[in-house]
Design a protein around this ligand. Structure first.
Ligand code: ADP
Ligand code: MG
Length: 264
């Protein structure tokens, strides 16, 4: 069965796109067939995987509006991941979809015919809680929330969790909240750990292991159109490899989901 994971947080800059690209590359390296979906009109995922959104004829936008077949829009990236790309046209999808019945189900319906070609689908949600994110959450089986380990970073988490709970009640009863993924983590200070302790107490949401360390490799990688996994060995790539292994073991039913204990 195909596992579909949405990566969501309405706050920008928390490493959603980085997590989707790096996790997908790590899953691919573990021999899984991986599809990533760019649901952000900015097209950062598309760009960071080596494709210029301005040069694409069609994107997930036409797929959501029913003007293109999903299989005609998919592109293969240099690293072997398959991408359903975004272009700026997607900014108009919000308004177009709002006038349609079943608007939250557009992505779920569009992906259905190709699901069996993939082991894992990872969806990069935009930094909002609008209809595109609702489509991502409705199509997914579980949702991962990247959280930057800084004071105030978790403002808005309550609102996101309310949205998840509404999706569970209305469009996707099977959606599971996997937990928060600590990103831009600085192991040298206690500050990151304090923030994470606060998050797990306040929202009773698991905090997943391992925390993703802050390293300059990520900026270098996305600028070059490749993921951190394709370059030199580094601790960021290693963390995403470990996350991929933890998630696969959990999905395969061979292990509990590994969580991070900020108190340790
Ligand atoms: P979002 O999709 O949530 O807006 P991005 O994945 O685009 O966030 O990341 C925002 C910025 O942070 C990017 O410039 C990215 O390269 C950088 N970044 C992400 N993860 C890390 C990390 N672990 N260490 C350093 N920089 C990171
Ligand atoms: Mg992004």
């Amino acid at each position: 069965m195909t596992t579909i994971l949405a990566v969501a947080n309405q706050k920008g800059g928390v490493a959603k796109t980085t997590t989707v690209a790096s996790l997908a590359a790590a899953l691919h390296a573990l021999d899984r067939r991986v599809l990533v979906v760019d649901l952000d009109p900015q097209g950062c995922l598309t760009f960071s995987l080596g494709h210029n959104p301005d040069k694409l004829d069609s994107s997930v936008h036409e797929v959501l509006t029913g003007d293109a077949k999903v299989e005609d829009v998919l592109i293969e990236t240099a690293e072997g991941i398959v991408l359903l790309p975004a272009t700026i046209d997607l900014a108009g999808a919000e308004a177009l979809l709002l006038m349609r019945a079943g608007r939250e189900f557009a992505l779920k319906r569009a992906l259905a015919p190709i699901l069996e070609d993939f082991d894992v689908v990872v969806i990069d949600c935009p930094p909002s809680l609008g209809v595109l994110t609702l489509n991502g959450l409705t199509a997914a089986q579980s949702v991962l929330v990247p959280l930057q380990c800084e004071t105030l970073a978790h403002r808005g988490v309550g609102q996101l969790l309310r949205t998840v709970s509404e999706v569970q009640q209305i469009t996707n009863p099977d959606l599971a909240l996997l937990g928060a993924l600590p990103t831009l983590f600085d192991a040298r200070t206690t500050h990151s750990r304090d923030v994470l302790g606060d998050v797990s107490d306040r929202y009773s949401m698991p905090v997943l292991a391992p925390p993703i360390p802050r390293t300059v490799r990520f900026a270098e990688a996305s600028a070059s159109g490749a993921t951190v996994l394709s370059g030199r060995k580094n601790k960021g790539a290693q963390a995403y490899r470990e996350l991929a292994e933890n998630l696969l073991a959990y999905w395969d039913g061979t292990a509990d989901l590994k969580t991070y204990d900020p108190a340790q």
